[in-house]
Design a binder for this molecule. Structure first.
Ligand code: SF4
Ligand code: SF4
Length: 308
């Protein structure tokens, strides 16, 4: 990224870390498609970075897809309309930036790598928790039925992944300190608005037709609660797992039994929360999509559920 295409990093970082649609501002930091696509005065022919109303960013945005479906109206297929539709629910996926013909390639590359550290940590945490849950359940329920080698392998896997999970916060610190600090500030600062969010969620659960889901954007109260739980769960599981691993192997001591019970209870709660997390993030949307496809086929004998 050299010369005129060099993004102004401070500014781009600020825009990319906001929970507001970034594409229009990234477009304005770009050179644009070409220099002669707009007449501003009779004699002055100059290039600009205006929105072409192509709608690529609108089509690419997951918030629009989930909340509004496909957008047909041409005047709603612009970056300004996208900003309105997304509001404060931007997920910082940057698909709008990647899909915009007016945004320069160096800016697209910069945005693609901007959250790579965060994404790697998220992926490693998710994989570790799932593998720990599976190996832990297999050991807890089937240890007596499994052949010795499989039991040994599962034991090793469970312990090695436990150590990896315990080390992930430190890895995050090394990989992307800035985003770790941002994450900590957002997750551990609770305000009155979180109380309102909880009240709205309870109302939604009581009657979902009358009361819409509360704010689902980044660091909503539910997500914050999940992250706080994860932050406490990892050290507690590490300590209890370490105690179980290192000693006090006499199964009859009440201390060993209490630690084991605590370890299993925490694992169980984590599994339940993980299922809720996966449901809200993926399963619910897939279910709604499948429902829309089936309904479209039933009503119009057509599988394109976007058709009005
Ligand atoms: S959610 Fe993704 S595509 Fe939508 S506005 Fe935010 S960064 Fe762009
Ligand atoms: S993708 Fe198209 S509609 Fe979106 S900001 Fe770029 S030019 Fe405008």
């Amino acid at each position: 990224m050299n010369g005129a295409n060099q993004p102004k990093h401070q500014l781009t970082d600020y825009v990319l870390d906001e929970i507001i649609c970034p594409v229009a501002r990234m477009r304005l930091l770009s050179e644009g498609i070409n220099d002669n696509n707009r007449l501003l005065a009779y004699e002055a022919v100059i290039g600009d970075k205006a929105c072409l109303s192509c709608g690529n960013c609108v089509d690419a945005c997951p918030v629009v897809t989930e909340n509004h479906g496909f957008i047909y109206l041409p005047n709603q297929r612009t970056s300004m309309a996208l900003e309105h539709m997304v509001g404060l629910e931007c997920r910082r996926c940057y698909r709008c930036i990647q899909s915009c013909p007016q945004v320069d390639k160096p800016i697209k590359e910069y945005a693609a790598g901007f959250r790579r550290g965060e994404k790697i940590i998220h992926l490693l945490t998710a994989i570790s928790i799932v593998l720990l849950a599976l190996s832990g359940m297999a050991l807890a329920h089937y240890r007596d039925f499994l052949p010795p080698f499989e039991t040994f392998a599962l034991d090793v896997i469970h312990r090695v992944i436990g150590v990896i999970l315990a080390g992930l916060p430190f890895f995050y610190f090394i990989l992307d300190r800035k985003h770790l600090m941002r994450w900590l500030k957002k997750v551990f600062v609770w305000k009155k608005v979180d109380w309102f969010w909880t009240k709205r969620l309870i109302l939604h659960i009581k009657d979902h037709r009358k009361n819409p889901m509360p704010y689902r954007g980044e660091f909503n109260t539910g997500q914050k609660a999940w992250y706080v739980f994860i932050s406490l769960m990892i050290p507690m599981m590490t300590v209890t797992g370490g105690i179980l691993l290192l000693g006090f192997r006499s199964d009859h001591t009440s201390f060993y039994a209490t630690v084991k019970l605590l370890h299993i209870t925490l694992a169980f709660i984590t599994d339940i929360f993980l299922l809720i997390h996966v449901y809200l993030k993926y399963l619910r949307n897939w279910g709604l999509k499948i429902y829309a496809i089936v309904k479209s086929y039933k009503d119009r004998r057509h599988l394109n559920y976007y058709l009005p």
